[in-house]
Design a protein around this ligand. Structure first.
Ligand SMILES: *Cc1c(COP(=O)(O)O)cnc(C)c1O
Length: 364
């Protein structure tokens, strides 16, 4: 059996008529930037999450950058984030001129270790960006308390956590802003690059909308210099068509994860742990094994495609050599980078496929 890590084709085939019609609608009007379709998506996404503002932007990386710039973060500032994430989380900090300050991960959840945050706070710290990784929220209530104690902005990287919850509170709604990616493979995916920022703060919302559009809310009225980071109309119409399916797709991911949890019995494998009172939306189903590379090869030989998120913890990347970190500064992230493995996970994965993957895993 051949099992892909992600199969975007299956989802498209299931909703082909809706998507094709939506795209044709944009082509017929030939209105490709902005307009009511983008606004409709922004409004409906904001409504789904339960926030006042959603600003569609070009991708999830820009989303983080736009928040940081609009909060006035830059040269001389420090921003705390987590050692295991996609590089967008930290490169956007550097791009503002600020310094990314990494914190190791919690060995149970792989999200930022909240007990190691305070020791990294200095007079220069302006913000904390936790990442709700793999679909599981970082300990947002604890992080919020820390942010309040030290008067720091809380920015939630929700690129992997559409509709994830802690205690009934949705990802992206606790901090001053939440950033989303709609990269094709994300839980809500466009057919190209796309992203969004959400916030309940009116001032910040209008600043961000301005900054993402060359510093102008109205054409030619540039209040400042900005960037060009727009959600284009074709991506918006695709996302709008997909939005009503998101809850169902999320439930299917959770069901798939439950099935993996039941069927994987190999005791050398550490399965993902979901914190109590949280809703883990399983963007990724990540296991650990001491012989990860051999396991990955074995699965490959049986037709099972896997991936690693991420093979090198951020502080260990050549990109951050200038910070002079040692792997021993981040012992958990540095050892887990060699043990983690992401199994096939998408809503349309079948029971037979999950059974097959689990059976092969149990043989190893
Ligand atoms: C995907 C992702 C991003 C960036 O999103 P893009 O749309 O690819 O720019 C940021 N942070 C995390 C954790 C991600 O997984």
């Amino acid at each position: 059996m051949n099992i892909p890590f992600v199969d975007l084709q299956r989802q498209y085939q299931n909703i082909k008529s809706e998507i094709d019609l939506a795209i044709k609608n944009v082509l017929d009007t030939s209105h490709y930037i902005g307009g009511p379709i983008v606004t409709n998506f922004e409004n409906d996404f904001a409504k789904l999450i339960g926030v006042k503002h959603c600003i569609g932007v070009a991708n999830g990386t820009d989303a983080i950058y736009i928040v940081l710039k609009s909060l006035g973060i830059g040269e001389g500032d420090e921003v705390i984030t987590v050692a295991n994430s996609w590089i967008s989380t930290s490169e956007t900090i550097s791009q503002t001129g600020a310094k990314p300050v990494f914190v190791d991960i919690n060995p149970e959840t792989y999200t930022i270790d909240v007990d190691k945050i305070e020791e990294k706070i200095t007079k220069k710290t302006k913000a904390i960006i936790p990442v709700h990784l793999y679909g599981q929220m970082a300990e947002i209530t604890v992080i919020k308390t820390i942010c309040q104690r030290y008067n720091l902005f809380l920015i939630e990287d929700c690129a992997q956590s559409h509709l994830s919850e802690e205690n009934g509170v949705l990802a992206g709604t606790t901090g001053i802003a939440g950033t989303f990616s709609f990269y094709p493979g994300k839980n809500l995916g466009a057919y190209g690059d796309a992203g969004a920022v959400i916030t309940n703060n009116d001032d910040l919302a209008s600043k961000m909308r301005m900054y993402a559009n060359h510093g102008a809310l109205v054409k030619h009225k540039h209040q400042m210099e900005g960037i060009n980071s727009r959600l284009d109309t074709i991506q918006a119409v695709i996302l709008h068509a997909k939005l009503p399916h998101l809850k169902n797709w999320t439930q299917k991911r959770i069901d798939n994860a439950n099935q993996y949890n039941q069927l994987i019995t190999n005791t050398d494998i550490t399965k993902p742990k979901t914190r109590s009172l949280t809703k883990h939306t399983f963007h990724l189903y990540v296991i650990r094994h001491k012989k990860r590379d051999a396991l990955q090869q074995f699965l490959q030989s049986k037709g099972i495609q896997t991936a690693i998120h991420y093979p090198t913890a951020l502080p260990n990347l050549p990109a951050y050599q200038y910070l002079n970190h040692q792997p021993s500064d981040f012992p958990i992230a540095s050892s887990f980078q060699n043990e983690i493995l992401s199994l096939p996970m998408f809503p349309e994965l079948t029971n037979d496929e999950i059974e097959y993957v689990s059976q092969i895993l149990n043989q190893f």
